[in-house]
Design a protein around this ligand. Structure first.
Ligand code: 0GY
Length: 292
């Protein structure tokens, strides 16, 4: 069971968003957890979530008005991707996935994952979620998955930016940064730290960024007003390298559990024009995950 203080589950009755996603819209960052009876959590996990099975994810997708999902393997399932793969296989081609794998995974296993719908690997650098891995190990794996046409998703926190830059530059594939690398929302968009982040993205055209995670990044809480200028700056500057997702079922939330309808209604605040919304929700994820 989850630790005391964690929220018991995702929002069970999200509000119906006023914003209608464009046809073909992708929820580009979400997870499935368990059910634990069928897909046990990893022994090395740092948290234990409540079950968040694929049926609930697909129902949320339909309720919010999305057509597709990108399901990201979360640390609580370690390198056993069975729950994620099970969801991909049940999605009728409407989901692709990002895996977390051991460095000694065989080429045959990688090809099987590709056939199941995986399109990349995730490297997680958050000490609260995983034990550290030598970046050279990640790099060797990235060089292998590049041959499959996969890309790499990297999750790190803003204070690590300078340390991460050489690693990001060395990666051979497109690189997607999770949750805008968790900037300090209190500092704001004009702070040198966020401007440095924008510069790193500007200098490296392989970098993509998920304008996700207001529930994690905002200091002000719902409706996440302090998150908006940060995400909007990235959408304005890099309209063809941004992705959006709910982050359902929102593991490790200790302040509140977000309403996924409220999160969806943030889209027009961070991507005001129809062209930006189509790029963010349809064209960009389709290019990265569905068209290889
Ligand atoms: C997320 C973020 C978190 C968790 C994980 O792999 C994970 O366990 O990604 C987090 O706690 O910030 O992407 O949902």
């Amino acid at each position: 069971m989850p630790a005391d203080g964690d929220f018991q589950s995702f929002c069970l009755s999200p509000s119906k968003p006023k914003f209608r996603p464009p046809p073909g819209a992708v929820d580009g960052h979400c997870h499935v957890f368990g059910p634990a009876a069928k897909f046990p959590f990893a022994p090395e996990r740092k948290y234990t979530p409540y079950d968040a099975p694929k049926e609930k994810l697909f129902a949320l997708r339909d309720f919010l008005g999305f057509e597709r999902n990108v399901i990201v393997q979360a640390s609580c399932h370690g390198t056993d991707n069975a729950a994620t793969i099970d969801a991909l296989q049940a999605s009728n081609g409407r989901a692709h996935g990002i895996a977390v794998v051991k460095s000694d995974i065989s080429d045959a296993e990688l090809r099987n994952m590709d056939a199941a719908g995986m399109r990349g690997v995730r490297f997680n650098f958050l000490p609260r979620l995983v034990d550290a891995t030598d970046p050279t190990v990640h790099l060797a794996l990235a060089n292998r998955v590049a041959g499959l046409g996969w890309h790499v998703v990297v999750y790190f926190e803003a204070p690590s930016l300078a340390k991460m830059v050489p690693f990001l530059q060395a990666l051979p594939t497109a690189v997607v940064l999770d949750h805008m690398s968790l900037p300090d929302a209190a500092k704001g968009v004009d702070h040198p730290d966020f401007q440095a982040y924008i510069e790193v993205l500007a200098e490296n055209p392989k970098l993509w960024v998920k304008v996700t995670g207001p529930e994690r990044i905002s200091k002000s809480g719902p409706p996440y007003n302090d998150f908006v200028p940060l995400a909007r700056a990235l959408v304005n500057r890099f309209p063809d390298r941004v992705l959006w997702g709910t982050d359902w079922p929102h593991p490790n939330m200790t302040t509140h559990m977000p309403d996924d309808g409220v999160l969806t209604d943030m889209i027009p605040r961070i991507a005001p024009s129809a062209a930006q919304q189509k790029a963010l929700l349809v064209d960009n994820p389709m290019k990265l995950y569905w068209e290889r």
